[in-house]
Design a protein around this ligand. Structure first.
Ligand code: CP
Ligand code: NVA
Length: 313
């Protein structure tokens, strides 16, 4: 199986596969473009085209092997605003990995569309798609990472508080795929990342060195500029693990008491969908620290900038 790095080095396509495999200067360009594109169309009806229509004439395939609300709608609307066309495909309705190899699907789709976004289970599926596609491929979430989400999160933080460089970000909960992309971003955008969660749900070892662990959540959030959490049971986790995970993670709930121990002007983020009053209380989600709906909106703007960067338009 090829590594992400070897694909980026050998394939002329500009894929957006992960944050750690995208150069910091490119990540910065994407965030800056996202901010200016957002400003340029502020207040317009959502269905109105952008003035420059950079995706005019482009066809984009959006493939989902898992459920999605934000990723599906924000990519679809984003392409349309930029003057392109989309087709939303369900992995289970395709031959993907069942009737034919991922490589053959990638080769075939590349004859029909100009860009592929895929949300899948195994990272290997994403990498095989990228290796064999002759059009750019974007990672719309795998079991291991969720880079588009964290681009929107960095954009959202900077919109509210200025440069994220040097800030303290605390993740409370499961060391999952969204955390992994935060860890990659900590290095690329140069912020400090603290993980607080139970040892059995520690992040994967490949992320060692990108963050520090503080087991006690009260101590972890001291002086935090941003507190983040996510669902306790991800889409790829077995439902049979639900009760155990809830028991392990209950002490890491983000509630008003925990937020009160962070900086007074700290922000709260959650990629959504949230299980209200499990990983975060409604009081926090709807409270003064929360920017969760700006975060959701910025998926649209960040991904529009990612697609432009991939296509060079
Ligand atoms: N945050 C996020 O990716 O949401 P969806 O699963 O609804 O796409
Ligand atoms: N960690 C979650 C993120 C959903 C956007 C999951 O993978 O289900």
């Amino acid at each position: 199986m090829p590594s992400v790095l070897s694909i980026q080095e050998t394939n002329a396509m500009t894929h957006f596969l992960d944050i750690h495999t995208t150069a910091p200067t490119d990540l910065r360009t994407i965030i800056d473009d996202a901010q200016s594109m957002k400003k340029a169309r502020a207040g317009r009806p959502k269905g109105q085209l952008d003035d420059d229509q950079p995706l005019a004439g482009h066809m984009v395939a959006l493939i989902f092997e898992k459920p999605s609300t934000r990723t599906r709608v924000s990519f679809d609307v984003g392409v349309r605003q930029m003057g392109g066309q989309t087709m939303v495909l369900s992995g289970s309705d395709m031959q993907l990995g069942h009737g034919e190899t991922i490589a053959d699907t990638a080769r075939v789709l590349s004859r029909y569309v100009d860009l592929i976004m895929i949300r899948t289970f195994e990272e290997a599926t994403l990498l095989e798609m990228a290796e064999h596609a002759t059009v750019p491929v974007i990672n719309g979430l795998t079991n291991r990472t969720h880079p588009c989400q964290i681009m929107a999160d960095v954009m959202t933080f900077e919109e509210h508080r200025g440069p994220i460089k040097g800030k303290k970000v605390v993740w409370s909960g499961d060391g999952n795929n969204v955390f992994a992309s935060f860890a990659h971003a900590a290095k690329q955008f140069e912020f400090d990342l603290v993980f607080t969660g139970p040892e059995p749900l520690d992040p994967e070892r490949s992320l060692d060195g990108l963050y520090t662990t503080v087991r006690n959540p009260d101590e972890a959030v001291a002086n935090a500029d941003l507190v983040v959490t996510d669902t306790w049971v991800s889409m790829h986790d077995p439902q049979s693990a639900r009760e155990r995970r809830h028991n392990q993670l209950r002490g890491y709930q983000v509630n008003a008491d925990l937020m009160a121990k962070s900086k007074p002007d700290s922000l709260f983020m959650h990629c959504l969908p949230a299980h209200r009053d499990d990983e975060a209380t409604s009081e926090v989600m709807d409270g003064p620290h929360s920017v969760i709906f700006d975060e959701a909106e910025n998926r649209l703007h960040a991904q529009k900038a990612i697609m432009r960067w991939c296509l060079g338009v």
